[in-house]
Ligand binder design. Sequence first.
Ligand code: ADP
Ligand code: TRP
Length: 324
Amino acid sequence: MRVLSGIQSSGKLHLGNYFGAMKQHIDDQHRHESFIFIANFHALTTVQDGPRLRDLTRDVALDYLALGLDPNKALLFRQSDVPEVTELAWILSTVTGMGLLERAHSYKDKVAKGIAASVGLFTYPILMAADILIYRSNLVPVGKDQVQHIEMTQDMAGYFNNTYGREVFVRPEAKLNEAAVVPGVDGQKMSKSYGNTVELFEDAKSARKKIMSIKTDSTPVDQPKDPSTDNVFALLKLIAPPEEVAEWDRRYRAPGMGYGDAKKRLAELFEAKFGPAREKRISLEKDPDYVEDVLKTNGRKAHAEAEKTMQAVREACGIVVSSD
Ligand code: ADP
Ligand code: TRP
């Protein structure tokens, strides 16, 4: 079973990214053949500053390695080290109707948030389909917001296979994790673009400050509280061991618990989980050659895989490349 996922290098990664996507990617390395890439071509739809994109791309690699992605188990690489994905995106665009893209929620949401409605933003799902199909991926672990893009990928695979009368592409399936939507400090979906994140690698003091500012209702301490609607509890549930979650559930439902206690414990758990990764990241940062070497070596392997698919694609549609 081949599992593939990508994450855009478009900003500092946060708890929503971790529990919504990265945690699964890291866990999957022990179970499946895993491909994880840094979607720097996709990030161009929002980051249009060369040095910044270069730094953010390296940052995502550092984050994954610090959080425990083992580059000997999973293939961690840069999207741009396989430029053929843009060739495949073009080819897929010629078998895809405008109507399919016009239905994309993500495009509409991004434009509503003020991101420039470029042609690239509109055709973003085609490049994403190319990422998935070029590696013949079976499963794509993503957050809920990306599921429509996977369904569009299935459609595009079908359009191509039907047009050329052969099964060049494998049909991928989305793989959702438990944490479909991680709330931010204001209770909305945690997202870079809402400014409500707790970043994975921010220093302990600033993370604690953000955690202590998480929005709660005004139920007084001596009244029972509903854990199912509380943002602090939602995060505790993700980070605390199950027995402790059950204990908090009891404490919420009984009088006498203040939200401040739950926040303090959440800050401690955050530090216990991400503190060691922060240290590891600092030491990895001192060895940029190692990180570059991982990306380069893995990029070559990914490239070889992609090239096999591209030969079948070019052969099917009659595109001749003189180096073939
Ligand atoms: P952002 O909204 O901060 O820009 P991205 O769109 O780059 O995040 O998301 C990268 C990955 O992280 C996607 O798979 C997405 O589903 C997941 N993700 C992001 N925010 C959340 C969240 N709050 N809850 C669950 N998953 C999330
Ligand atoms: N669109 C994804 C996101 O915003 C990132 C991405 C690009 C991706 N290509 C992909 C995810 C291929 C999975 C598979 O999170």
